[in-house]
Design a protein around this ligand. Structure first.
Ligand code: ADE
Length: 263
């Protein structure tokens, strides 16, 4: 997969040399190219922003600079299939595991990092005619710029690429990954020693009984989802719940729709 990132702070992306993503780059699974936006600014001060039309606080990133940068990175029309463009912004669509999976299937992604109050909207309008452009938010909080959001997205997407994770099953077991534990967060995990500072590992995990272990893990996932993510628990599809799940939810005083409890 090829990844281009345009930013006024290329230094932010040093972590992409490290760990799983760094190794994927060394192996050639990931081809990451970080570009300095100011290279496409022509005045002595390398200006990339200006005051907003209509007034208000802050500055807006200039369309001409972004246009030249993106044109150069994507090449002439028709040269190669163009990248999918991602613009991190708190006003974008939510970044989810599902979107990460979708992006992991793309051959080429271009991330355009805005700072200040954002990028002049005509840039997204211009490229929407030529590429798939998504404005994406990583959560309901405001960062100082899109760089950290891009690091988050690159890590989430990168670890899904074939051969990036040592154990491919890890990505399958993830909270939010499609499958039987869909829409449940993962429960607690333990390793050796069996007793640490008086805290014991739950006996079932030492039992070697795979069926009981799976049942216990599912119960713990349900408990944790109810406790930490009640909105996810409320949205559970009753079709995916067995009798035991329903009984546990009842014990936790978590009420599904009454008609669903009847099944
Ligand atoms: N830029 C600033 N805040 C952001 C957020 N929450 N998600 C994506 N990009 C951002």
């Amino acid at each position: 997969m090829r990844l281009d990132i345009i930013s006024i702070f290329p230094e932010y992306f040093a972590p992409l040399d490290v760990s799983l993503i760094g190794k994927a780059r060394e192996r050639g699974t990931l081809d990451v190219r970080v570009h300095q936006l100011r290279d496409w600014a022509h005045d002595v001060h390398k200006t990339v922003d200006d005051t907003p039309y209509g007034g208000g606080p802050g500055m807006v990133m200039k369309p001409e600079v972004w246009g030249e940068a993106i044109d150069t990175v994507i090449g002439a029309p028709g040269e190669a299939p163009p990248p999918r463009m991602i613009v991190p912004t708190p006003s974008g669509r939510p970044f989810t595991q599902e979107l990460a999976q979708e992006l992991a299937g793309e051959p080429w992604l271009l991330f355009a990092c805005g700072r200040y109050e954002g990028i002049d909207s005509r840039v997204m309008a211009e490229y929407s005619a030529r590429l798939r452009v998504d404005e994406v938010s990583i959560g309901d909080y405001v960062l100082a710029g899109g760089e950290v959001a891009v690091l988050v997205m690159v890590e989430a997407v990168g670890r899904l690429l074939p051969g990036v994770l040592g154990n491919a099953q890890s990505a399958v077991d993830d909270s939010f990954a499609p499958g039987s534990m869909r829409n449940l967060v993962e429960g607690p995990v333990y390793t050796k020693p069996p007793v640490w500072r008086g805290h014991e590992v739950p006996a079932v995990l030492l039992s070697g009984h795979h069926g009981n272990v799976a049942r216990w893990r599912r119960d713990e996932a349900i408990r944790r989802t109810v406790r930490n993510r009640p909105e996810l628990a409320a949205a559970l599809d009753p079709e995916t719940l067995d009798k035991h799940d329903r009984k546990l939810l009842e014990e936790l005083s978590f009420r599904l729709q009454p008609e669903d409890m009847a099944n």
